[in-house]
Ligand binder design. Structure first.
Ligand code: PGA
Length: 237
């Protein structure tokens, strides 16, 4: 089963989300076997982006690192579960880089997500500088360490998202994705319910090749997911 996740980031009002959901609904009809879709809207548009027929699931873009309490501005895993989410993106490079989230915080988020029966989409990936200094594999190893508290038989999604490929129009080559996937499979060997996704400038024109030539089982899609038709095209629908 391939998984395609639309990461809207900080885009889309509730009204825009409703229009998108209608368009996506028309486009996908009864869906396509072997293809699973998820939409990750901002918190405020979760309800508006929901499919009453359940043909796509909801993902949250972030979650609090604590279960509940005096944390102004935060949204807990329990709230997300109740709002109908199935997946939660944890450790997106924008969260790491702009909001300073690191290993200990992310490990707590993963624990909160699991406690509520949600499935984490844990993002990893090196910066351009790290890649150019030959540190790519070392960065992945360090970021994967954060998963040590996640039981080996837990359902887990790991998205390889090289920072230099995100929002740049410069997707990683199939060879680079392949190399990273092999490294991740090695680092995470023994995890039976693991799926590896790729993210970073995925479009309808490069999706097929990456899916065919790399060991990925789906995509995390930012910019190109903001139009329902383009998102569906990437998913081959
Ligand atoms: P992009 O974003 O598809 O716009 O490169 C991917 C992501 O940040 O998940």
């Amino acid at each position: 089963m391939r998984l395609f996740v639309a990461n809207w980031k900080m885009n889309m009002t509730r009204r825009e989300a409703r229009v998108y959901a209608e368009e996506l609904s028309e486009r996908i009809g009864d869906g396509r076997p072997g293809v699973e879709l998820a939409v990750a809207p901002p918190y405020t548009a979760l309800e508006a982006a929901r499919d009453p027929r359940g043909r796509w699931s909801l993902a949250a873009q972030n979650v609090a690192s604590e279960a509940e309490g005096a944390f102004t501005g935060e949204v807990s895993a329990r709230m997300l579960a109740e709002a109908g989410c199935r997946y939660v993106i944890v450790g997106h490079s924008e969260r790491r880089r702009i909001f300073g989230e690191g290993g200990p915080t992310l490990a707590r988020k993963l624990s909160c997500v699991r406690q509520e029966g949600l499935v984490p989409i844990y993002c990893v990936g090196e910066t351009e500088e790290e890649r150019d200094s030959g540190l790519g594999a070392e960065v992945l190893r360090r970021q994967v360490e954060t998963l040590s508290g996640v039981p080996r038989d837990a359902v887990l999604l790991v998205a390889y998202e090289p920072v230099w490929a995100i929002g740049t129009g410069n997707a990683a080559t199939p060879e680079a994705v392949n190399g990273a996937c092999q490294e991740l499979s090695r680092l995470l060997s023994g995890r039976t319910r693991l799926r590896i996704l790729y993210g970073g400038s995925v479009t309808p024109s490069n999706a097929e090749e990456i899916l065919e030539r790399c060991g990925v089982q789906g995509f995390l899609i930012g910019g190109a997911s903001l139009k329902a038709a383009t998102f569906a095209a990437i998913a081959g629908i």
